[in-house]
Write a protein that binds this ligand. Structure first.
Ligand code: ADP
Ligand code: MG
Length: 810
């Protein structure tokens, strides 16, 4: 990756908003009551909870109570106090409790550790804003890595600027011009230095250009990517360092650049992180045994944390490349830590799970063929092989723990069906958990009729069922009259009991947190542990997958069903939006179907993006009411199911929708996917959306409409034009995002590493895995006094959501 200097508009602002939108669209986060219930459940018999987990549960409980008491305190403090209306970006707290709407509307509710106020320049307002970005205490801030580093040590004379390179330069304001259409103003500030050469700072699409910032004759320092237009040097959207800031610490050194915190100036963020970094030794503890650090040649934790925020002044330009790429020795230490604790957590969990034997199930030889017959097609070679592996696992007493990887459309559902078949044949119950209600309902529609032929009775258990149905279903599972439960994470609630659960299948497992994924394993019959099959389209090469998912065996569907063609993908600027819409029209003419995906449901003033309701109206106008459907997360389950079923039957031609269709939705008749405001989505997310088409032998196309403000986001989307391979997409996404990004981990597609990068640090991961194995073989219970600090650190990390793998989406 090229070394980056100061850049223009930061795309992370959008991600912030997107994360909020996503939260609205995603399955419901746990309520207070649910969290309290989980806590009480775990603490009912604390001694039955093994050591490390107990600490985690306790720590979580403590945090929960602390949040509760802080919320109450805040409430008291707020009475009578004047409050400003919340900005939408803060409306959904990340660390807070969900309270009733009245309270929430009055004040953004964001909880932070009071210690945060000890950082330089951080007052209550900034603290709340930091916390809303996931930085709720000094340690969070300390572990928040720069997105990149700007080498602003050298100011290049204008005459020496080279187009295509990033640079800092300085000169006096010689001329300021504003021109262009009123809604798309261009501002040009010409700088001139002693040499008499000139360079222009350019701002495009400015609504309110601020000429007054650049009085003639003032010396201005700017930083950014140098370009050339009609023979003249220019720097578009530069970082500007003017007046007294020139002498400040924003130039003359290597400056770390952090992601945006809405409402907090970049300089304030820099200062706060710096003050945390200066106290790294006091804030962080380093529980890794000395011997380990020596063996792997790793630096101390505090030293690493200080360095990542304050690279040495004299770091060479070449060495700085490693800093920018996140592969410096300091970054390496942080990546190692991350891998180490994840591996440790997984190893301990696996140990705990394997205490109980599973239920051995006799499996027929032609399981794959039978599953294929039920669904009406012949299994692919890969499907047969994987089903064979699963059958082998299930026929053993030791419970299956298997991860099935297969890119979008590779036919994972059929494999799930085969496993379910084996379980119910043997008289066990099975469960199939999906991350969204739409997907659960779809599984019900696809598998229901197939299973009906075998007199297997599935029940649907999702959050929103009517209470009479719900009671009836729960009873059926408890009595064992229902063989299969299909549902969402509602399945892991305490109220759900099985008579003889022998198999748990988790679809799109990367959308669940680890605890959710494993939640069903505890629901087996007394003293037995059900077989577990988790499925994902998140593509990691097999060798890495084995290591990342240390507690799972891995199977791969590396073959698509016959006749699949690559999906033709194209990006469009917003003003050529007609072309993709015409593609939808042509699909309808051919008797095929299409999706039109929008980032939001309703139009809003704040966001300049297309909304589903707006597009729906437009499509109805164009194609007529009968051929257009609208689907989003705010519809009632009945309406939603109806719309989806009508689309699946082919009655609806164009489905206008949101990211609720992102995962799993399977309607083979759909051949055109159009995504509006595509620059709002992560690459892996777009890859998933694209995976909704190309599910038959017909030619399919995917059109991404975007109004990318920065060239960076354009090249980002073009990755999808070039490759249809999910792993390549995920890698590119990670490379573009850079290290240390807090948000978008789920979108990145690869497991949620903050510091490590699988594409780069694979060997380090293998090291960490070995070290953990060694450590546990010496002291399986981790009872030794040298490991106390390690246990505590593991608990802290799990609690703060840093690991193990997968908590990113939980
Ligand atoms: P995913 O791996 O994304 O979950 P699905 O299980 O939804 O994929 O399968 C994608 C589509 O391919 C479905 O329409 C399914 O019916 C079809 N399919 C799966 N396996 C085969 C096969 N062996 N032959 C033909 N079509 C298949
Ligand atoms: Mg699927």
């Amino acid at each position: 990756m090229a070394r980056c200097l100061a850049g223009g508009d930061d795309p992370s602002v959008d991600e912030e908003v997107l994360a909020d939108l996503e939260q609205l669209e995603a399955a419901d986060p746990p309520t207070d009551a649910e969290r309290l219930q989980a806590f009480c459940l775990a603490m009912r018999d604390p001694r039955s909870v093994p050591g490390v987990s107990r600490q985690v549960v306790l720590a979580r409980g403590q945090r929960f109570l602390l949040e509760l008491s802080m919320a109450l305190e805040d409430e008291k403090g707020k009475e009578g106090a004047q409050s400003s209306p919340p900005s939408p970006a803060f409306a959904e707290p990340t660390a807070g409790l969900r309270r009733d709407r009245e309270v929430r509307d009055r004040e953004p509710e964001v909880l932070y550790d009071r210690e945060l106020l000890t950082l330089k320049g951080v007052g209550p307002k900034t603290a709340a804003r930091l916390a809303s970005r996931g930085l709720a205490n000094p340690l969070d801030v300390l572990f928040w890595l720069p997105r990149r580093y700007d080498d602003r040590r050298v100011v290049t004379p204008i005459a020496d600027l080279v187009p295509g390179e990033r640079a800092v330069t300085s000169g006096e304001v010689a001329a300021v011009r504003v021109y262009g259409r009123p809604w798309k103003r261009i501002m040009q500030v010409e700088l001139e230095d002693e040499s008499g050469e000139r360079v222009s700072a350019m701002w495009f699409s400015n609504r309110r250009p601020r000429q007054d910032r650049f009085p003639k004759g003032e010396t201005v320092t700017i930083a950014g990517l140098v370009g050339r237009h009609k023979g003249r040097l220019q720097i578009p959207h530069p970082v500007v360092v003017t007046g007294d800031e020139v002498d400040g610490d924003r130039v003359g050194r290597v400056v770390p650049v952090y992601g945006e915190v809405p409402g907090v100036a970049g300089r304030v963020v820099e200062k706060a992180v710096r003050s945390a970094a200066e106290r790294a030794g006091e804030l962080s503890t380093d529980p890794l045994p000395r011997s380990l650090l020596d063996k792997r040649e790793l630096m101390g934790l505090a030293e690493a944390l200080t360095l990542v925020h304050m690279p040495p002044l004299d770091v060479s330009v070449d060495a700085l490349d490693a800093w920018v790429e996140g592969s410096s020795p300091a970054h390496r230490r942080l990546a190692y830590d991350e891998f180490f604790y994840i591996q440790l957590g997984l190893a301990l969990r696996r140990r705990q799970l394997d205490r109980n034997p599973g239920v051995a199930v006799d499996t027929a030889d032609d399981l794959a063929d039978e599953a294929g017959r039920l669904l009406g097609f012949a299994p692919t070679g890969a499907q047969s092989r994987v089903i064979g592996e699963i059958a082998g696992d299930m026929s053993s007493e030791s419970p299956m723990r298997r991860l099935l990887q297969g890119d979008v459309g590779s036919g994972k559902t059929m494999v799930a069906l085969a496993a379910i078949l084996a379980a119910v044949r043997a008289g066990c119950q099975a469960s199939l958990m999906a991350p969204t209600e739409i997907l659960a309902e779809q599984h019900m529609r696809t598998l229901g009729p197939a299973l009906d032929k075998l007199h297997v009775k599935p029940v649907l258990h999702i959050g929103q069922a009517r209470s009479s149905t719900r009671k009836k279903n729960l009873k059926a599972l408890e009595l064992g009259t229902a063989d299969l439960a299909i549902g969402t994470h509602a399945l892991i609630q305490e109220s759900v009991n099985f008579k003889r659960l022998g198999l748990a299948v988790v679809d799109e497992q990367h959308r669940f947190g680890v605890s959710q994924r494993l939640g069903l394993v505890g629901k087996g019959p007394e003293g037995r542990s059900p077989h577990l099959l988790v499925m994902t389209a998140t593509p990691i090469p097999r060798t890495l997958a084995l290591t990342v998912h240390g507690d799972l065996d891995v199977s791969e569907l590396d073959e698509l069903p016959p006749g699949r063609q690559p999906v033709m993908t194209r990006c469009w600027p917003r003003d050529e939006r007609d072309a993709p819409l015409d593609a939808l029209a042509r699909a309808l003419d051919r008797g095929e179907q299409g999706y039109l995906v929008c980032p939001v449901i309703e139009e809003s003033e704040k966001l300049d993006v297309r909304a589903a309701e707006e597009d729906h109206a437009e499509m109805v106008e164009r194609f007529g009411e009968a051929r257009v459907g609208l689907l989003h997360g705010r519809l009632s389950p009945e309406v939603r199911d109806e719309v989806m079923a009508a689309f699946a039957r082919g009655e609806i031609g164009v489905l206008v929708t949101t990211t609720v269709v992102e995962v799993g939705v399977d309607v083979p008749g759909a051949t055109v996917m159009v995504v509006e405001s595509a620059d709002r989505f992560g690459l892996a997310q777009l890859h998933q959306l694209r995976g909704r088409v190309g599910r038959s032998d017909k030619r399919s196309e995917c059109h991404l409409i975007a109004d990318p403000k920065s060239p960076e986001s354009l090249s980002r989307l073009e990755v999808l034009e070039r490759t249809g391979d999910g792993f390549a997409v995920a890698e590119a996404d990670l490379a573009i995002r850079g290290p240390g990004e807090l948000y978008g981990r789920r979108q990145a597609g690869l497991p949620g590493f903050r510091f490590g990068n699988l594409a780069r640090d694979g060997a380090l991961l293998v090291d960490a895995r070995e070290d953990v194995a060694e450590l546990l073989s010496d002291d399986p219970a981790m009872a030794g006094p040298t490991l106390t600090a390690l246990r505590e650190e593991l608990a802290r990390r799990i609690m703060s959501g840093e690991g193990p793998v997968g908590e990113e989406s939980g």
